[in-house]
Every structure is written in structure tokens, then in C-alpha cells.
Design a protein around this ligand. Structure first.
Ligand code: NAD
Ligand code: ZN
Length: 379
């Protein structure tokens, strides 16, 4: 089958690989119809993880079930399914408590498992014609009959819509409260969309790209451009000097050579400074353990210059981590089904699998207009 394969830093190709197949009785085999490129893929694409050459990308997957293992009895051939990026077992202590992003069975002792990811288990990605889904009864969300009509909305349930929602949950956002979202990438935009749906009073979105800030405005948020103002001053001015009730960090580690030496930690300090005393901050941006190639010694060692004193004096709470996608998926699917949520609004490109190499390059460069790419392997 064809798949998007990692060959080395900033080098991917669409190559022939062995067909995905049922390996265990609990597996489900899915023919992919949509599979997104994510900002998280860039950590591997840019070459600062242990992702091995030859591995397949893709953790934002949706498709049709083509085969089920002998121990699968809920999911059926022909079902249209979206696959949470976390690979969970459903029966370990963490999965039982809803922390499927920290499954103890699929990737013991570390930070849970995902498809097509470094350090998150051996599972191959879905930027391919087919995908093996372990513990298929648990890991497939079977979609309603409008699955195909709303495919571009439902595919966002695999990661970025629940992740954006998670950012607002970690921050403790309640109706009528204000929130500042750092990053207008797909994740930040989904945090803003979630905040609007939850009834936030004011949503500020901070970035430095016109196309992404325009999308933030179209979702009902106030765009804040770091090229034109100091975002903290601007947010304090717009909240009578008090700061927002909540902050969401949706940037994470950014490659130093492209986004400035301080990009690695500045958003955390901005979030503390622009959030009111005793407010909450949700951090879903991924701070990768280390970047050996970084020019900055802190980034090289996976550390950052976080102003703990300011955070402590403000008595704030910070919560972090991978989204436990399954914990939100059914409710978010209902929001899509009823038309209350339309995460597909941020899609900029729908492309064939063969077009993945140039799509990676444009998305990694943050080229104007390249906000969110959905690959269509069956097209
Ligand atoms: P992205 O890289 O497209 O978006 C990041 C955005 O941050 C870009 O628009 C960039 O211009 C902006 N940015 C960079 N420096 C900034 C700064 N100093 N101030 C404000 N904005 C700045 O990626 P994405 O898909 O939106 O993902 C964002 C982050 O979320 C990544 O770290 C990704 O790995 C992470 N993520 C986490 C989870 C999770 O479960 N926690 C899931 C998906 C993605
Ligand atoms: Zn993702």
C-alpha cells in the first residue's frame, strides 16, 4: 500500500510499504478516507525526535472498517469510524479513569500511545491507504449516518477539536469567562471555537500570521498580532488591567531557527502575565523533551526559562498534557451532528496522498493560506 514515510529531517515521501493487516484478534482494519497533517507531525518532520526512518506518519484518521478480528464484536465491516489519536486498551487503571492518553498497556511506563508517533509506541500512522487499529472495539468511534456528508468535521474528532476543547477544560473555563489563546494554529483555533461554544465572554487569539488570525476572527475571537503589539499589554488593556480569567497555551515547542530563540518559552510567560491572579492555564502545546540541534542551550536540554515566581505570586493553576480524546468524543460528535460545531471551517487544503511531501513543506513553513491539510487517500 502507499503511505507517507519519514526519510529524515524535512524529508518525507509517498512510498510503497507492506499492507496494514489484522495482527491480533482485537484489531480492526480501516481503509482511510481522511487523514490530517498536524502540528505535532512537525516535531518529527523537523527531525528533533527519535522517529525512525521508514515509519509512517498520521494520527488524525477517519475511514471505513474493511475487516475485523475474531474478538471484535461491536464494530462492524462497513462502519464509518473516526479514530482518537490515543491508542488505549480500555481496561488499564488510566483508561478506566478516562485518561486514555496515558494508557498503561499500549505504551507502558511513558506518556501513552498514538499512531505514527515517536516515543508513543510502535503503532503505524494512517497517512496511508489502510490502518491497523488495536483494541478496535475501544478505539473506533462509530459515526452516525451523516458521517460522509460531514466527513471534514468528524475527522477533526481524531485530535484537534478534542485537544482544543481539552485546553479550555484544563484551564477551567466556565461560561461568561474570558480567555486568551496563544497560537492560532489548528489547535489554538479549535480552542477558540470550543471557548465560543462554551459561552466565553471574550476570546483573544495571539499569533503572527494574517491568515490564521483572520480565521480566529471568523470564529468570533479577537485576533492579537504579536508583530504589531505586545500581546500581554494588549490583553491587559482590553480587560481593564485585570487579565483574562483563563489562558490556553496552544503553541508548544517551536523550532528555534524559524520562530525565534525565545519562542520556546515565551508563550508560557505571556500566559501567566495575561491571566488574572488565581486564574487557570491549560497547556496542550507539546514541549518536546529535547532538540539536540537547537542553538539555544535551554531548548537543547528540553528546558525553558519559565518565570515560576510570577506564576507563584499570582496563585494560578497550570494543567498540562495530551488530550484524552475519548473523554470528549461522544459529546463533540453530537455538537457536529446538530451543527453547533463546525471544526472543518479551518481546513485550507484537501489533497491526495501523493501531494503530502509538498503539503508538509508548506505547512511547516507556515506559508500563507496553509492552515490545515486533510489528505484523502481514497480519492
Ligand atoms: P502549528 O505549529 O500549526 O501552530 C502553532 C502556532 O503557534 C502557529 O500558528 C505559530 O505561528 C504560532 N506561534 C509560534 N510562536 C508563537 C508565539 N511566540 N506566540 C504566539 N503564537 C506563536 O500546530 P498546531 O497543529 O496548531 O499544534 C499546536 C501545538 O499543539 C503543537 O505543539 C502540537 O504538537 C500540539 N498538540 C498537542 C496535542 C495534545 O494532545 N496535547 C494534540 C495536538 C497537537
Ligand atoms: Zn494531531
Amino acid at each position: 500500500m502507499k503511505a507517507v514515510v519519514y526519510n529524515g529531517p524535512r524529508d518525507v515521501s509517498v512510498s510503497n510499504v507492506p499492507d496494514a493487516r489484522i495482527e491480533k484478534p482485537t484489531d480492526v482494519l480501516v481503509r482511510l478516507t481522511s487523514t490530517n497533517i498536524c502540528g505535532s507531525d512537525l516535531h518529527m518532520y523537523e527531525g528533533r525526535t527519535s522517529f525512525e526512518k521508514g515509519r509512517i506518519f498520521g494520527h488524525e484518521n477517519m475511514g471505513e472498517v474493511v475487516e475485523v478480528g475474531s474478538a471484535v464484536d461491536r464494530v462492524k465491516k462497513g462502519d464509518r469510524v473516526v479514530l482518537p489519536f490515543n491508542v488505549g486498551c480500555g481496561f488499564c487503571e488510566n483508561c478506566e479513569r478516562g485518561f486514555t492518553g496515558f494508557c498503561l498497556t499500549t505504551n507502558p511506563g511513558t506518556a501513552g500511545a498514538a499512531y505514527g508517533f515517536a516515543e508513543m509506541g510502535p503503532y503505524e500512522g494512517g497517512q496511508a491507504e489502510a490502518l491497523r487499529v488495536p483494541y478496535g472495539d475501544f478505539n473506533c468511534l462509530v459515526l452516525p449516518p451523516d458521517a460522509q456528508a460531514k466527513e471534514d468535521d468528524y475527522v477533526m474528532l481524531s485530535d484537534i477539536f478534542p485537544t482544543g476543547w481539552h485546553a479550555t477544560e484544563l484551564a477551567g473555563l466556565r461560561p461568561g469567562e474570558s480567555v486568551a489563546v496563544y497560537g492560532a494554529g489548528p489547535v489554538g483555533l479549535m480552542a477558540a471555537h470550543s471557548a465560543m461554544i462554551k459561552g466565553a465572554s471574550d476570546v483573544f487569539v495571539v499569533d503572527a500570521h494574517d491568515d490564521r488570525l483572520r480565521l480566529a476572527a471568523s470564529l468570533g475571537a479577537v485576533p492579537i498580532d504579536t508583530r504589531r503589539c505586545d500581546p500581554v499589554e494588549e490583553i491587559l488593556n482590553r480587560t481593564d488591567g485585570r487579565g483574562t480569567d483563563r489562558g490556553c497555551e496552544c503553541v508548544g515547542y517551536q523550532c528555534c531557527d524559524r520562530h525565534g530563540k525565545e519562542a520556546n518559552h515565551v508563550t508560557m510567560n505571556w500566559a501567566v502575565a495575561s491571566t488574572r491572579a488565581t486564574g487557570g492555564i491549560g497547556v496542550v502545546g507539546v514541549f518536546v523533551p529535547q532538540d539536540p540541534g537547537a542553538p539555544d542551550i535551554l531548548a537543547k536540554e528540553g528546558k525553558m526559562a519559565f518565570d515560576f515566581g510570577a506564576f507563584w505570586f499570582k496563585g494560578q493553576q497550570i494543567r498540562t498534557g495530551q488530550a484524552n480524546v475519548k473523554a470528549y468524543n461522544r459529546q463533540l460528535a453530537r455538537l457536529i451532528h446538530t451543527g453547533r460545531a463546525t471544526p472543518s471551517k479551518i481546513i485550507s487544503h484537501r489533497l491526495k496522498l501523493d501531494e503530502a511531501p509538498s503539503a508538509y513543506e508548506h505547512f511547516d513553513n507556515r506559508d500563507e493560506g496553509w492552515t490545515k491539510v486533510v489528505l484523502k487517500p481514497a480519492a
